[in-house]
Write a protein that binds this ligand. Structure first.
Ligand SMILES: [Zn+2]
Length: 660
């Protein structure tokens, strides 16, 4: 079995620190440094790097420079190094050191790395912008089919529609202001702001060292300036910082060089760590989970197995992760963000139009609005990320519970947003979907579940049983064209997402022997091989009576409220002859219901809590492992726990009955 290295980043806060004379090899006198002083000195370093990088970025922000960087070769035609700071040095772009400042070469490297990353990120935006300007349509609000074809030919592969829309709006607004199209990307956009952080990974042992103190603590040695403008090397000193590691960083992980930044008056260290894990095999799977980025729900999954005669047998039970509540919250936040943005833009326009600038009250208002806008943006980002990670956790837990060794997903890069992008965006933004895909891959890799993408084309439009085109309707009893339900002439009639999940699982299992890894190491099946799906009977057998049901299920007899009161019997009530016993159900007090079950996820220390008398119930996704709070409820299928073994299988593994 092959092993792979998995890199994750833990955000740590700097603990106790000491300033040490001499070097880490020959430490001299050590003096404790207060937290305040440490924050101040780390602030000197981040400000210095920001200043150097900002200056360099401003000089490099020109079309000919970006062309040079995009070409990937230097003036002599040699390939540019992958490391950003090395590439910039090869091109001869170095930051200007202000007179009188003494800056170690390693700090310059960190600044160059920061600049290189900003420039390389800009290259993608520039490619999109250049393509849109080159193919500017007659009416930018509505492109014709020919316009789209032409644009797609110029765009970098995998550009999504939201990016195209936003860039088009940006260029249209420039054209409205200037009466012409921008000459190039650098005229349209100013250089981005360099974040206040130091990428210590660009430096080496002369600036930073990382090691473990014990299983739960690490030690970071870093050179920090002791004054805002260091004039000689005497103004730089080694600082020995102790960092407590979060529980996600196991004792057998390898610590890498961190990124240093300030946050909430503390020194933060984003510490990457490598874990070596056994890679799950790409082929030879006997049970799989196919998951669809749902239209009705966030994720819809189904358990599938290879069946006889090159068919695939799918379980009749759809596994759902429905975060409609969180999605609505995200919608509200997005609307709020737009309102704030409009107000900010309005005030900025006012300020630009006046020679004297804004009055103090409006300036204060503008600052407040900008701050609020930043906060709302951060909230949207964090909530989206938390949602994506909890959905990924749920999916991998479902795979464990079902005994599946592989999860098949749609390939996001070849997916096009459907016609009504508005409805699609309500569910999940592109960014969140990307985070979700990465999170599923990460968790899968850590827990030996292969995560493989399959081509997205036709997964929701084709019938999983016969492959013909599906009809999408409102509901099985309402054939109005709409999205929620899928119907086929062969008799297939199912929820749209469930139907798509079946097709994804079948496509993955049928093509599993052609699974390859792309350059980024992600497992993928490139060829579309569709196997006909046979559905089994539902794995949770229903009572026979419910099959020919023609009347509502009678409600269960309720216990009389009076009998619950200690020392109080209905007989006593009858003899007293006063008030009759209450017949209305009394509301259950808040808190855990007595039917709550806690299910251990097989092979882990994690558990899911859910109410036993519902198949789809509100339950909170617990974050014991990653230590993240996720305070919104989601409706998701709980992990199935089956009592008793089936034909020698381990308990907790749902069995798929063969359809005869
Ligand atoms: Zn069909």
């Amino acid at each position: 079995m092959t092993t792979v290295t998995l890199t994750a980043t833990a955000t740590c806060t700097a603990g106790a620190a000491r300033v040490v004379s001499g070097t880490p090899e020959k430490p001299g006198l050590a003096q404790p440094v207060t937290r305040r002083l440490l924050v101040e000195r780390a602030g000197f370093l981040t400000a210095l790097v920001q200043r150097l990088a900002g200056g360099l970025l401003a000089t490099a922000w020109a079309e000919q420079h970006l062309d040079q960087l995009a070409s990937g070769v230097d003036a002599e035609g040699r390939r540019l190094p992958a490391k950003g700071w090395m590439a910039l040095r090869r091109l001869g772009w170095t930051p200007l050191i202000p007179a009188g400042l003494r800056v170690p070469d390693r700090v310059r490297r960190a600044a160059e790395e920061e600049t290189a990353r900003a420039l390389r990120l800009a290259l993608h935006r520039r490619a999109v912008t250049t393509a849109i300007i080159a193919t500017w349509p007659a009416d930018p609000r509505r492109r014709t089919t020919d316009d789209w074809v032409l644009l797609r030919r110029h765009l970098p592969a995998g550009t999504d529609n939201v990016t195209i829309r936003n860039r088009t709006r940006q260029i249209a607004s420039f054209a409205a202001r200037h009466g012409r199209l921008p000459d190039g990307f650098t005229e349209l956009e100013t250089p981005p702001t360099i974040p206040a952080q130091v990428l210590l990974a660009a430096a080496d042992r002369q600036l930073v060292r990382v090691g473990r103190l014990d299983e739960v603590r690490a030690r970071v040695w870093v050179q920090l300036p002791t004054v805002p403008a260091p004039a000689s090397y005497r103004d730089w000193a080694w600082h020995d910082i102790t960092v407590t590691l979060p529980p996600t960083v196991g004792p057998d992980t390898k610590l890498c060089t961190p990124t240093l930044r300030l946050r909430d008056g503390k020194v933060r260290l984003d510490l990457p760590f490598d874990t070596t894990v056994e890679a799950a095999p790409l082929a030879g799977h006997r049970r799989a989970i196919g998951a669809d980025w749902g239209y009705n729900t966030l994720l819809t999954a189904v358990v599938a197995e290879p069946g006889p005669d090159d068919t695939v047998v799918c379980s009749g039970r759809a596994l759902r992760f429905d975060a409609a509540g969180v999605s609505r919250k995200l919608d509200r936040l997005r609307a709020h963000r737009e309102t704030l943005k409009t107000k900010v833009t309005h005030l900025e326009r006012l300020a630009a139009g006046r020679h004297s600038g804004l009055d103090p009250a409006s300036t204060a208002k503008l600052d407040l609005l900008r701050e609020e806008h930043q906060r709302v943006c951060a909230r949207i980002r964090n909530l989206g990320r938390a949602l994506a990670w909890s959905a990924a956790r749920w999916l991998i837990d479902q795979a464990h519970a079902a005994g599946a060794t592989v999860v098949y997903l749609e390939d996001l890069t070849c997916m096009e947003a459907p016609g009504s992008s508005k409805a699609w965006n309500r569910r999940l933004s592109n960014a969140t979907r990307g985070v979700l895909a990465d999170a599923v891959r990460h968790l899968g890799m850590r827990e030996q579940v292969a995560v493989v993408t399959v081509p997205a084309r036709g997964t929701s439009s084709g019938c999983p049983r016969c492959g013909n085109k599906l009809r999408h309707i409102q509901a099985p009893d309402n054939h109005k064209p709409a999205n929620p339900w899928a119907l086929c002439g062969c008799g297939h009639s199912a929820d749209r997402d469930y139907s798509a999940a079946q097709r994804i699982a079948a496509r993955g299992l049928a093509g599993q022997h052609r699974t390859t890894r792309n350059r980024a190491g992600q497992a993928t099946v490139r060829d579309t091989v569709d196997a006909p799906v046979r559905r089994t009977k539902t794995t949770t057998p229903r009572p026979a009576a419910s099959r020919d049901k023609h009347r509502p299920t009678p409600s269960r007899p309720r216990r009389r409220e009076a009998s619950r009161v200690p020392g109080f019997s209905p007989a006593a009530l009858a003899t007293a002859g006063s008030r009759p016993a209450p017949t209305k159900a009394v509301q259950r007090p808040a808190g855990r219901t007595p039917q709550n079950l806690t299910v251990q996820v097989p092979g882990t220390t994690r558990s899911h809590t859910f109410s036993s008398n519902h198949t789809r119930t509100r339950h909170r996704v617990r974050w014991a492992v990653l230590g993240r709070g996720f305070h919104h409820h989601v409706n998701s299928t709980p992990l199935q726990q089956r009592a008793g073994p089936h034909g020698g299988e381990t308990p907790g593994t749902p069995r798929i009955a063969q359809e005869n």
